[in-house]
Ligand binder design. Sequence first.
Ligand code: NAD
Length: 388
Amino acid sequence: MIQNFDYHVPVKLVFGEGSINRAGEMAVQYGTRALIVTTGDYFVETGLVRRLQEILKNAGIDSLHYSDVDPNPLNTQIDAGAALAKKEGVDLFIGLGGGSAIDAAKGMAIVRGHERPIWDFCIGDDVAEITDKTFPIIAITTTSGTGSEATQWSVITNVETKEKPGIGCEYTFAKVAIVDPELMETMPREITASTGFDTLAHAIEAYTSTVATPVTDAMCEQSIRLVGRFLRRAVNDGSDREARNGMAYANTMSGFAIAVGVVTTCHGLGHAVGGVCGTVHGETLAAMTPQAMRYSMRALPDKFRNIGMFLRNEYANEGPDRLEDSVREVERLIADIGLDNGLASQGVKEGDLDLIADNTMRYMAFNLDIDMMNPTKEDLLGILRASM
Ligand code: NAD
């Protein structure tokens, strides 16, 4: 019997090679003057920003470019981008890039609409409410990826406190998500690997969270199978179009899954590690996912034992220890894509672990609550130490 569930993700998805050419016809429905947000000037150098500006211009949309955004965007950068947008009369925000550019665009759309610093909306008892004053957002993803183009989440790092929460609500979904696998072909090997692993981590966590639904389960299964088929190929040959296409679709499925099924302990920890140590999101998840799976899997064996089977694209899960087999299949993939680096090699120090665990308990509590195991601080420290 299918359980009762709700699923609502109000994002128009435009998927496929060449779909960036439809950015103008989409944007014209939501604004007249756009701020294109990127992390740095890489896409200026490749000509992608100019190309997008032409596409928008042909549809009658004026645009400006803002590139002062770090991977793991900072609250101060979001406030500065929103101030520029106000001065320039911008009424539409376009994130062009990976999760960092898209999340920054979402943050700027919030600030522009409410005229308050982004951090007011992030952490604390008197956190401000995000309302329908939020300006419209279009997300054009160039990684596969964070799924940010499909989610309400915007992940923001506080430059002073080193906290990195995810915020979002019904008003922070992109109006349109453009997923064009051609844009992903320029991703170097390391970024293909780390963003591809993020896609897998989303699928594993949304599949095993307590708020999973039948429809998100189907998306997660599809995503894990696609990652199993295509991530190694995309890492080994970035010009493999079929692999890029498969990973772009896996990313989309995972994104639409985490908008409702959310993510659990490993992402909770991942945010806190990234906030304190400035690590690469997908690489950090790769260091911790096997240990986080080992920690949670006995609470939900029927699902965790499927993960190895999905990754191998099999349809039966017979065998002596399918739970440990699932973890080993994930570890094999991590090694094959060159992400077998523990947290210590990513710059995390033993002395950081206590703060990371505290931060996770404090501002990523929701992600812990929806993990079947509901971990304590000691449990988190156990996962962190085993992932060093
Ligand atoms: P990113 O956006 O930080 O980009 C990493 C680097 O890759 C940047 O230097 C960027 O310029 C470059 N890059 C991106 N696309 C490229 C391409 N096609 N060719 C060459 N270079 C390219 O990476 P990401 O992993 O996509 O995003 C990570 C951020 O997203 C983190 O802050 C993470 O916490 C957040 N995140 C958000 C969500 C969400 O739902 N909003 C989900 C997961 C993660």
